[in-house]
Design a protein around this ligand. Structure first.
Ligand code: PLP
Length: 234
């Protein structure tokens, strides 16, 4: 086994164990949490290695990079986790399995329009700025409640849940509050719209995924923790 593969396997084993333990603490089945490997920091050689080790589900934050990599690795499932501009929607839509980062009604309207034209029905998550930080992307909880009728009347997209990021520097309590806030918000919206299936909570990154799982995450987006010590930074 190459050094890269060995180190990656090591990291994957450690992360897998951390996910399993967090599930156990939360009384959740392991299958209720999916690992999304975030490959934005690494060259394509590392993606080949991940695939060799059984990873099937990757995330990119730049639409252009997602496109190139989705074409190069059609056996992997590609999710978009970063900001999407309305003029890029047409290019990425055919290649993306789940868009985690829908941050405005205008963007979702555009996705709906293009999906209609291309005869697609993409799954999306709404990005929520739970803590209301000025610098953050996403709907505030108030905006989401206000715009919910317009968001849910779009017929060519499937809203599957929410995504959020915790503040980079914060206490454990503050981080948990953000994750719990997203879960409670999605519960409220599910009650308002029983016809939808808001089953996905995309929350938790390398520094906080165990807390996120304890608070209900179904998708954890992990980058740096997978590539530690691998010497693959681009
Ligand atoms: C980069 C990125 C991640 C992965 O971050 P790590 O801390 O390296 O795990 C997760 N989510 C989003 C939205 C990102 O941009």
């Amino acid at each position: 086994m190459s050094l890269l593969l060995a180190q990656l396997q090591n990291n994957l084993d450690r992360v897998e164990e951390q996910i399993a333990r967090a599930c156990e603490r939360a009384g959740r089945p392991r299958e209720s949490v999916q690992l999304l490997a975030v490959t934005k920091y690494v060259p394509t050689s590392a993606i080949g290695a991940l695939q060799q080790l059984g990873i099937r589900h990757c995330g990119e934050s730049r639409p252009q990079q997602l496109l190139q990599r989705a074409v190069q690795f059609p056996g992997l499932r590609w999710d978009l986790i970063g900001q999407l501009q309305r003029n890029k929607v047409r290019h990425v839509l055919p290649f993306v399995r789940l868009i985690h980062s829908v941050d405005s009604l205008r963007l979702l309207e555009r996705i709906d329009q293009v999906a209609n034209e291309l005869k697609l029905r993409p799954r999306v998550l709404l990005e929520v700025n739970v803590s209301g930080e000025e610098s953050k992307q996403g709907f505030t909880p108030t905006q989401l409640h206000e715009q919910w009728p317009q968001l849910t009347e779009l017929a060519h997209v499937e809203i599957s849940g929410g995504m959020t990021m915790a503040p980079a520097v914060a206490s454990e309590t503050a981080i948990r509050d953000v994750f719990r806030g997203l879960r409670e918000l999605c519960d409220e919206l599910q009650q308002r719209s029983p016809q939808l299936q808001l089953t996905e909570l995309s929350m938790g990154m390398s520094g906080d995924f165990e807390l996120a799982i304890e608070e209900g995450a179904t998708l954890v987006r992990l980058g740096s923790v997978l590539f530690e010590g691998c010497d693959v930074e681009e």
